[in-house]
Ligand binder design. Structure first.
Ligand SMILES: NC(=O)c1ccc[n+]([C@@H]2O[C@H](COP(=O)([O-])OP(=O)(O)OC[C@H]3O[C@@H](n4cnc5c(N)ncnc54)[C@H](OP(=O)(O)O)[C@@H]3O)[C@@H](O)[C@H]2O)c1
Length: 300
């Protein structure tokens, strides 16, 4: 089986290439090999390679920049998934797609279920919701894994930024009123792999939340990153981490204050228990610190 993974240089895409390789040959074109902004290039690629499963991890993820580039965000987050869904429907193959907590309005203190009312606050959120709607409307065999606060040992993410800053600075101010759950890209790719057989067998379809258990805020998450890194023997300059509110840290895109996702539906469907955000951090941080130390070893 030919499996197309888009966005394979990204956090989730990189992990999917590994986790889906057990099901067949994975095609993982880079941006230079497949320009996803160009619909006719994408069409030709699909016709030529005829993938029998598509995992779409490509996305326009620059949340603030999307406010000034809504058309590009729409192409990648809405029109591309729509095009992939049309291909999947016409060729009777399955589509795995990733969605975001940013489709929800971020109000209240409850964990959103998959059928909660969506009301995105930003261009990024609107483009992601348009993509979800297009896939659901196409009635192709699909799985939409909706997640939050993705991080990984690779790529650009909060954990790596915090570790870099904590080496350089003694004091940082971090937002403490956005509540959610950080989710490792590897966990998402593992869940996607577990869901693949039931998806291909038409036993699993629709939208599912995938995130870690519990809840935290960015300030608390940063402190946990620093504590765990220091406990692992990593030396950091950081001495003081101040808490600040979202209102004191203006950004181009509005962020949801509540990003809690209820994950019971996927746990029941796959008979799994998702880890706590602390356990997941321990694994991801250990992976990052190990690879980082290895990268830094002097060449013989
Ligand atoms: N990051 C989060 O916190 C978060 C939270 C919730 C949901 N999600 C969703 O999870 C999924 C995966 O996110 P991620 O964090 O893995 O994203 P990421 O690390 O930013 O990766 C995005 C991928 O898309 C590719 N891409 C972007 N524009 C492209 C273009 N014009 N042509 C070809 N490739 C292009 C990138 O390629 P280059 O490397 O060449 O740029 C990269 O491989 C996305 O659907 C995202 O919306 C993410």
């Amino acid at each position: 089986m030919n499996i197309l993974v888009t966005g394979s240089s990204g956090q989730v895409g990189f992990e999917l290439v590994r986790s889906l390789s057990v099901f067949g040959e994975v095609l993982a074109p880079t941006r230079n090999e497949l320009d996803l902004t160009n619909a006719s290039v994408v069409q030709k690629y699909l016709e030529h390679h005829q993938p029998q499963l598509i995992a779409n991890a490509a996305a326009y993820t620059a949340v603030d920049k999307a406010e000034s580039e809504p058309e590009l965000a729409d192409r990648l987050n809405h029109l591309l998934p729509k095009q992939l869904a049309d291909y999947c429907l016409n060729n009777r193959v399955a589509l795995i797609h990733f969605s975001s907590d940013y489709v929800y309005p971020g109000n209240g203190e409850h964990a959103y279920t998959e059928n909660a009312k969506v009301a995105p606050l930003s261009e990024y959120g609107r483009s992601k919701w348009a993509g979800d709607r297009a896939i659901m409307g196409s009635s192709c065999n699909h799985l939409i894994l909706r997640t939050s606060w993705v991080y990984s040992a690779r790529g650009n993410n909060f954990m790596k930024t915090m570790l870099r800053l904590a080496k350089q600075r003694e004091q940082l101010s971090i937002v403490n009123d956005q509540i959610g759950t950080p989710t490792p890209a590897r966990l998402l790719a593992q869940v996607a792999a577990l869901a693949t057989r039931p998806l291909l067998a038409h036993e699993l379809t629709g939208v599912y939340h995938v995130a870690t258990q519990g809840e935290t805020n960015w300030h608390q998450f940063a402190n946990a990153i620093f504590e765990q890194a220091q406990a692992a023997g990593h030396s950091l300059a950081i001495k003081k981490v101040d808490a600040m509110s979202t209102a004191d840290y203006p950004t181009a895109a509005k962020r949801p204050l509540n990003s809690r996702l209820n994950v019971e539906k996927i746990e029941q469907a796959l008979n799994i228990t998702l880890p706590s955000w602390q356990q997941a951090l321990q694994h991801t941080l250990a992976e990052y610190l190990t690879s980082h130390l290895m990268e830094k070893k002097p060449q013989p």
